[in-house]
Design a protein around this ligand. Sequence first.
Ligand code: SF4
Length: 410
Amino acid sequence: MDLLNTLVDKGLRGESPTRAEALAVLATSDDDVLDVVAAAGKVRRRWFGRRVKLNYLVNLKSGLCPEDCGYCSQRLGSKSEILKYTWLKPDQAAAAAEAGVAGGAKRVCLVASGRGPTDRDVDRVSKTIAAIKEQNEDVEICACLGLLSDGQAARLREAGADAYNHNLNTSEATYGDITTTHTYADRVSTVQQAQSAGMSACSGLIAGMGERDEDLVDVVFSLRELNPDSVPVNFLIPIEGTPLAGDWNLTPQRALRILAMVRFVCPDVEVRLAGGREIHLRTLQPLALHLANSIFLGDYLTTEGQSGKDDLDMIADAGFEVEGTDTRTLPAHRADALAAAGGGCGSHGAEGGGCAPCGDAPGTVPDTAPAEPARAEPVAEPVAVAAGESHADLVAVRRRGAGTELPPNA
Ligand code: SF4
């Protein structure tokens, strides 16, 4: 296919396709999906070899958000039966982070629900960063605390945060359809503040919220312009109790085409396979490793992923390898540019959650997170489902440790 040959040539040079070419990738047929994966896989291997970076989410504060993001289980008025708790103490968060590091994660993503942190919250997170780095000096820390106010990015950087995550989520044109309490411009501004403070920017999208191909291409090109070092690609987890609970709009093949398009547009950027991979890609998950060079290990913020052991087995079985802390994630030119800007990660090893599929709702708020229940066996029955049907049975709300053989996230 001429299109794919052209895109491989561009991707190997680090160049972006045109908007029309990106749209054409999304328009390819299911018959061509393996050709699309093979082509984008060449670009992935050019910049990232067969390495897979593991990231581990620690939800510092679950629920209690005044914002109304329609995809989010922690949103204002959410009826989702998620865990709700206020700030984990630094030693609790450090213990949770340790579980991820022990499982092979080189980045820990510290996420808190809410519009944005207060200065006191920044103090709390600073202490948490110190507690984690005391145990694991080399671990990368990404903070994801919502919209930042003046000076907060610099304070987080000084406290040791290597990166900051804030997703654009969807196109500027459709942003108002999913959130009314803040704007697309607010989100762009926070990513830019993080970059200006010398943190590595992590910003991505959520696919499957009823957007058009044009919207997906718009948000990915906006991300390219914003130039984050990592781009998490989330597939909507339609959580019961949220306005988008009935939005099952993706097939495994479409999810692969979306990932391939992101890889072609952002060839030398860490593309992270994020929330929703298990329920939308299902048995085709391993193919996505040919496109993304990074995944979250284990559970998500408020829902269960597949077990950490299954993640590690999948990586090995597919012929990939977990990236170690002694290996740089980003290609040299990006790592050097980040280091010149004062960034900490991407320069020493490899190179994020926050307000992506996280969420909150007012409710009972214990002082600390609830005790860990007995772990459940991973549920990984292959299922044959199609877009447009309801598959709420595939979404399991996270119950500390359930669904993973690693100790629980937060
Ligand atoms: S995505 Fe973030 S800001 Fe939006 S409702 Fe969820 S926690 Fe709040």
